[in-house]
Design a protein around this ligand. Structure first.
Ligand SMILES: Nc1ncnc2c1ncn2[C@@H]1O[C@H](COP(=O)(O)OP(=O)(O)OP(=O)(O)O)[C@@H](O)[C@H]1O
Ligand SMILES: [Mg+2]
Length: 305
């Protein structure tokens, strides 16, 4: 880039200090515990992939890393400082060092792509309009989009283009840590691979650390230095670790844990049986307590495959 956003004061952590530490993290919403006793460290420059089935708490974990969800117990430390010890202002400042690629692209629908990507630069820098326009143009090129998208609204773009625009916005402030929530979900295999290549390209930016939440085994194998797999608490015993796997992509391929194999090989197996049981229970409940919508010809339940 010829014009760079003045990054907020960046300190380089000592070589032996992890960039991010998750220390005995638990998160409970009301009576539902979602995360239990999660501990992990993220080294500067590392790409960590988080796998796990729908509802096991992957998005909640990402949100705690960025301070959008507070730990019920435990702590998140960025370069040794607990997020809980930061004021709202300090936390907002820290977030300028994070890039978050949301599960949907989460673009502002009424703004153009150019305005969307410029948003963090307007909020957090004192760059002039022409400087911002130049950075926006470079970011759009970096994620492989034509300049013609700049004046379009998100609704005029395909899903893959929106994801790339979301990535361009996440990169605007030259983040140290980029968090991706399901970056390839809903995309065809070719577009998924384009996104995987972009994640790899972002990884090559100096000192960029990434956390990628995905269901996509191809993404996991392609981008990960290390993979962890979370498991839904509802199906674990109290003494079980919620991180059921941690290792390299090669370790994942070699794992003999049936829960891991089931996820890796995409077999719904036992889970489908459980869903059928849940469906039967729900149907019994509906029969016992009739509701208006039961008059519809199909009834309230969709059939499982
Ligand atoms: N703010 C919240 N308040 C209450 N419950 C929540 C909240 N956020 C998440 N949950 C619950 O936490 C659980 C985990 O949600 P989460 O979004 O992290 O799942 P996920 O692993 O990302 O799933 P998916 O792969 O479908 O995106 C779900 O049961 C969800 O309903
Ligand atoms: Mg999620």
């Amino acid at each position: 880039m010829t014009v760079t956003a003045p990054a907020p004061a960046v300190t380089t952590p000592p070589a032996d200090q992890p960039l991010l530490t998750v220390d005995a993290l638990s998160v409970t919403f009301g009576s539902q515990q979602v995360l239990r006793d999660i501990s992990l460290e993220l080294a500067a420059g590392e790409t960590l992939v988080v796998l796990g089935e729908s509802g096991c708490g992957k998005t909640v974990l990402l949100k705690t890393l960025i301070g959008l969800v507070s730990p019920t117990t435990g702590a998140i430390r960025f370069e040794g400082t607990s997020l809980a010890d930061l004021s709202e202002r300090e936390l907002a400042h820290l977030r300028t060092r994070y890039g978050f690629v949301f599960q949907g692209a989460a673009l502002f629908d009424s703004a153009t792509i150019a305005e969307n990507i410029a948003f963090p630069l307007r909020e957090h820098t004192h760059l002039t309009d022409p400087e911002i326009a130049e950075i926006v143009s470079e970011l759009v090129a970096e994620v492989g989009l034509p300049q013609s998208v700049l004046q379009k609204k998100p609704v005029q773009l395909s899903g893959g283009m929106r994801k790339r625009a979301g990535l361009a916005r996440a990169l605007a402030l030259d983040p140290q840590l980029v968090l991706y929530d399901e970056p390839t979900t809903g995309l065809d295999p070719i577009m998924s691979d384009v996104i995987n290549e972009l994640i790899l390209r972002v990884r090559q930016r100096p000192q960029t650390t990434s956390v990628v939440v995905t269901h996509d085994m191809r993404t996991a194998h392609k981008v990960a230095d290390r993979i962890i797999m979370l498991y839904p608490l509802a199906r674990l015993q109290p003494e079980d670790s919620q991180i059921i796997f941690s290792g390299t992509p090669a370790d994942l391929d070699a794992s003999t844990d049936p829960r891991v194999r089931q996820f890796v090989e995409g077999e719904a197996g036992q889970r489908l049986d459980e869903l059928r049981e849940e469906q039967a229970r729900a149907a019994a409940w509906h029969n016992a307590a009739p509701r208006d919508h039961e008059n519809s010809p199909q009834g309230p339940q969709e059939d499982l495959p």
